[in-house]
Design a protein around this ligand. Sequence first.
Ligand SMILES: [Fe+2]
Length: 240
Amino acid sequence: MNLEEFCDRFQVLQNQGSDTPELGEANRRLLRDFLQDPSWLGEFLQKFIAGPSFLSDQPVSVFDNEIRLYRSPDKSFSLLVYIWDSRGLCPVHDHGAWGIIGGLVGSLREIKYQRMDDKQVEGYAELRQVSDSLIKPEGVRPILPLDKGIHQTGSPDDRLTITFHIYGRSLGRGYIHFFDAAEKKVTRASRRVPFRKVLALQALASLEEAVGKKFLTQDLFKCLPEDLVKEFRRISLITE
Ligand SMILES: [Fe+2]
């Protein structure tokens, strides 16, 4: 099965509707079939690396080891690949949507946590580790949204691990949480815009003062991704 076929078949399942898509057996069965032969990933990466978009940006994300493969036109689900090198585990985090992880290459270590505090104190979170296990190639595991899906993942050794993820419709929160279990802290993590792009905008704005000519115009803002403009305005404290 190639990526296109998988997208079509998964979309049909979504259209049929399910209250708990991450747990639906039909979804999992389809995913297991898809994971059995990952040659589609080789074909995708070949096109991705050779294509014109490789050097331009993917959609901005909290995680820089993520490649988006597809987003359904009705935004009901997205498909992503994560490439985990030997840099260790990612921060402990939650999710703003349901999801399913499928193992492709190597094993993914997943440590799951349960939130123990009552969330009444801003920035404070108490976590208890509930499991530490591996998702092996062709293995399939659900991800639950918000507090039910707090976890930390990464390659268990120095080999590269590749996983395939399906995420459902975003709950619209616009951020996820990063947790520091040892320090009992929780912070909001938003999608990251490459900082050099924000600096380029700041430089362009500063030139007006230096040379008396306005380079950063409203028309230019209109051509730029919303996230980048928002981040520039936040850092520059520009409100309009
Ligand atoms: Fe995750």
